[in-house]
Design a protein around this ligand. Structure first.
Ligand SMILES: Cc1cc2nc3c(=O)[nH]c(=O)nc-3n(C[C@H](O)[C@H](O)[C@H](O)COP(=O)(O)OP(=O)(O)OC[C@H]3O[C@@H](n4cnc5c(N)ncnc54)[C@H](O)[C@@H]3O)c2cc1C
Length: 390
């Protein structure tokens, strides 16, 4: 944990991203991508050339060494400059892929997939949610059965809200692989290539995080090699342990990083706007209520930053941090929403115009207390972990 300045390598990463964003993430492009609900992948590939995708991957597999504080800083900085436009694909690569395979993959999966992930060549989507399954993930209804000779796995079911399934190469899919009565036991994670026969993808229309379409992925007799069980066949029915392990703690951090970055962008925008807009014969930044709004937003943002980086520091040092990561997700998700809405009010009608980024910040931040485990689910988790009798 650092209380003075950031380590130099993280400041350098922020500078690199800032320079990249200046060229590649202009307001016009961000507006067009948001409207189309699609970011051209070549932009992500140019970002990957800076080498940042290896930040969650050990050097022996082509990465730069696991550095979760730096990884969160990359997300925060990308989101500050472009919302989810590139923070999203980076997460699909470095976290859904790099972090997940590093922590839970078999040796074979690590050797095959990690070098490609470190180079930003492949992307993963997450298939956890289903039409009847939201926060209660262990209730999944997508069924995986072994073939008679145990060489393949056959999957049937529908995964919902699969962001990026159209651009990803693989979907990491939570499946029920045994009797449903043993709710948390008979679950597995499967690495499903998205071009496997039997997969159909349907777009969902939604507000927020429009860097890619969020989709339904319907799997009908989708057959994958048994080696594609995350962790290999020895991990059959061990999916919940993987999901509820460190990977889940880290997932809370990556979404929180996006929330922090978007809130920071909103504060930047409102701060600047207040120094340009004149009403009642003076800049609105001279009106006391606006000054107070802006200062409160900055102060809350600072608190969010401390919560997030403290939790990231614990996760990096493999200190048990389920409570701290849930607290960060809860506090930053809810507070970032407050900050952005306040900043929108500072900009008055212009905060509602698509001519300004603020309107996109509002739509993006709305989903933050919902995705990746809702605020209420985080409260449940914190109360349970702190053994509050219920
Ligand atoms: C833009 C977007 C992108 C997404 N991307 C993905 C993705 O890529 N992959 C993926 O798998 N999922 C994705 N999701 C799904 C997301 O993770 C879920 O929406 C989230 O987990 C919540 O599930 P739910 O919406 O079904 O809510 P539900 O679980 O149905 O909950 C509804 C409400 O009830 C509350 N609630 C539920 N249970 C409890 C309880 N026990 N105690 C107190 N309150 C409770 C919740 O907090 C919420 O307020 C995405 C969602 C969106 C909107």
């Amino acid at each position: 944990m650092y209380f003075t300045s950031e380590p130099e390598h993280i400041s350098m990463l922020r500078d690199t991203i800032g320079r990249f964003a200046e060229k590649e993430l202009t307001d016009d492009k961000l507006r067009a991508w948001d409207k189309a609900c699609e970011v051209p992948l070549d932009v992500f590939h140019r970002l990957a050339e800076t080498g940042i995708c290896g930040i969650t991957i050990d050097e022996e597999y082509g990465g730069s060494g696991r550095d979760l504080v730096a990884a969160v800083a990359i997300i925060d900085e990308l989101a500050r400059h472009g919302g989810a436009a590139l923070a999203g694909p980076f997460i699909h690569c470095a976290f859904y892929g790099g972090m997940n395979i590093s922590e839970n993959g078999s040796e074979r999966q690590k050797k095959e997939l990690l070098p490609k992930l470190a180079a930003g060549e492949i992307l993963m989507a997450y298939g956890l949610s289903e039409p009847n399954v939201g926060g209660d993930l262990a209730a999944v209804e997508t069924i995986a059965t072994l073939s008679d000779d145990k060489s393949t796995v056959i999957i049937n079911g529908t995964k919902r809200w699969c962001t990026g399934a159209r651009f990803a190469d693989y979907m990491i899919c939570l499946v029920r692989s045994g009797a449903a009565d043993a709710k948390y036991k008979n679950l597995s994670m499967a690495i499903v290539p998205l071009d496997t026969p039997g997969i159909e993808i349907f777009d969902l229309d939604h507000i927020g995080l429009r860097y890619a379409k969020t989709t339904d992925v319907v799997l009908t007799n989708v057959e994958i090699p048994v080696e594609n069980i995350l962790g290999g066949f020895s991990s059959w029915n061990r999916g919940w342990d993987m999901l509820a392990s460190e990977a889940l703690d880290v997932e809370k951090l990556e979404i929180t990083g996006v929330a922090l970055g978007i809130a920071a962008a909103a504060v930047d925008n409102a701060w600047e706007y207040a120094q340009q807009r004149n009403q009642f014969g003076r800049l609105i930044s001279a009106h006391q209520s606006i000054r107070h709004d802006l200062v409160e937003a900055k102060t809350k943002l600072q608190a969010c930053r401390h919560m997030l980086y403290h939790a990231a520091h614990l996760a990096q040092n493999r200190v048990s941090c389920s409570v701290e990561t849930s607290m960060a997700k809860l506090f930053v998700g809810d507070t970032a929403l407050e900050i952005v809405l306040k900043c929108q009010q500072v900009m008055g009608a212009y905060g509602c115009s698509s001519e300004y980024a603020m309107e996109r910040h509002v739509r993006d931040i709305m989903v933050m207390p919902i995705v990746g485990g809702s605020s209420k689910m985080q409260k449940n988790n914190i109360a349970a972990r702190l053994r509050l009798p219920g």
